[in-house]
Design a protein around this ligand. Structure first.
Ligand code: ZN
Length: 141
């Protein structure tokens, strides 16, 4: 059993939590709707466990998500792992969905919500070969 004081420090730094979700986001299958989601802590300090849809959004898709009460997050590949970051109003205005070549904008996962084609974009960071379990042949360097 982990020491309570150490647990509090690690949780405050966003490096540990009881459900095993860490800053390094990972793909999972939603237990309820069986759709793939990306799960991770949404900030370096005091991050909350977050599950996002794997569908990148366009600016209109992000607006639809926000009107639907779904916060949005950026998903970025950082050297050897994915990270999810909460998009506040400054990030939404300063970097609209689809404008960054290195990040996708994802909505908080809700089992009963799906976005239509005009609200979704092609992914810039998710390698479809990796999602299917295949090993890419190309050298990443
Ligand atoms: Zn679900």
């Amino acid at each position: 059993m982990i020491d309570q004081r150490l647990k509090s420090i690690l949780e405050a730094k966003g490096q540990w939590n009881a459900d095993g979700v860490s800053r390094k986001a990972r793909g999972r299958i939603c237990r309820r709707c069986q759709r793939p989601v990306m799960v991770g802590l949404d900030a370096d300090l005091g991050g909350m466990p977050t599950a996002c849809d794997l569908t990148p959004l366009t600016p209109m898709g992000e607006v639809a998500a926000l009107f639907n009460g779904q916060p949005t997050f950026s998903l970025e590949w950082l050297f050897d792992h994915y990270e999810i970051d909460f998009r506040d109003s400054h990030r939404i205005l300063g970097s609209p969905a689809g404008s960054s070549p290195k990040a996708d904008v994802l909505a908080l996962h809700r089992c009963d919500t799906q976005f239509n084609e005009s609200q979704t974009a092609d992914s810039k960071v998710i390698n479809p070969n990796i999602e299917k379990g295949a090993t890419p042949d190309e050298c990443p360097f």
